[in-house]
Design a protein around this ligand. Sequence first.
Ligand SMILES: *Cc1c(COP(=O)(O)O)cnc(C)c1O
Length: 363
Amino acid sequence: MSTPQPRAHVERIPAYVPGRPPTTRPGTTTYKLSSNENPYPPLPGVVEAAHRAVDTMNRYPDMGSTLLYAGLSDRLGVPVEDLAAGTGSVALIYQLLTAYCDPGDEVVHAWRSFEAYPIAITSAGAVSVRVPVDADGRHDLDAMAAAVTDRTRVVMVCTPNNPTGPSVTQSELDAFLARVPSHVLVVVDEAYLEFVRMDDAVDGLATYRGRPNVVLFRTFSKAYGLAGFRVGYAVAPAPVAAALRAVSLPFGVSTVAQVAAVASLDAEQALLERVDALVVERDRVVEGLRQVGWRVPSPQGNFVWFDLGARTAAFAAAAEEAGIVVRPFAGEGCRVSIGEDEANTRLVDVAARFGPDGDVAPL
Ligand SMILES: *Cc1c(COP(=O)(O)O)cnc(C)c1O
């Protein structure tokens, strides 16, 4: 007797490496800077809304996410038909690939970029075409446009790019879109949109409005601090949004997630002030690192990238010793989230002691 075998591509799906939780060490606070989470506790109004939702846990959620769509439509000035909610924007990536890719179709994306891309692409039976980021961790949009073939169905543009940090500019995106045929979907993954502070920043809504093949992915997990509740959304031309909704898991976005997301939209002002504070911290960290000689790519999200190569594991260990858990990518570098002020200060200290060029000073 033999066990039934999954489809052949299932074996090729890379494993997702989640950010490790902090280990508890007596006498010191350990900070988790490994998952780009929002370090602030939830706002009181959001917590209360979530608590009220608990009273209806015997009921299925509103499958049409009516209040959430109404809130987003109002907030963004887009028709409800152009929206699709999902259990995090990671789920929307899967939905998009399910809806648009046949086995063997190609999906072009930068690398290194969000680690969920190759996992979702391989799960869909599609082929992940990885275009290296440049030495500054930026998308090489020329090379990405050149990588589009007859088999390409989707291009992912991750801006700001996780884990390296930089964003593309609107001019770069426009030039890129002009080169990509309109039957290829271009996903602009804006998970860290709220943290962007730069000239010529991408205006996702203006970009999608003019084009039949541009999709924006956004999430409540990062700036809005709802990572644990799993809710994200796409803004897309109506037929694309309809396809995303058609392949979604029925009742995926829970009632508690829906009401917390709506309450977060209502509390947006307070949430965006917190984002401002995180941006100030991000700039303080970058400044501190540059002062001691680190050359970090200009971060536009809530995280900083250390290009460490063979020193990656040693850096992660030194950070751990200092009570901060970072996200190492073996042999490449470490991504470190901007967290509590004390955590950020420790990061700068540990990086200063570790040194940008190979001398590991004693801790
Ligand atoms: C965190 C993240 C997401 C969103 O994750 P969800 O929690 O599933 O909404 C999407 N894209 C990138 C690049 C991310 O870093």
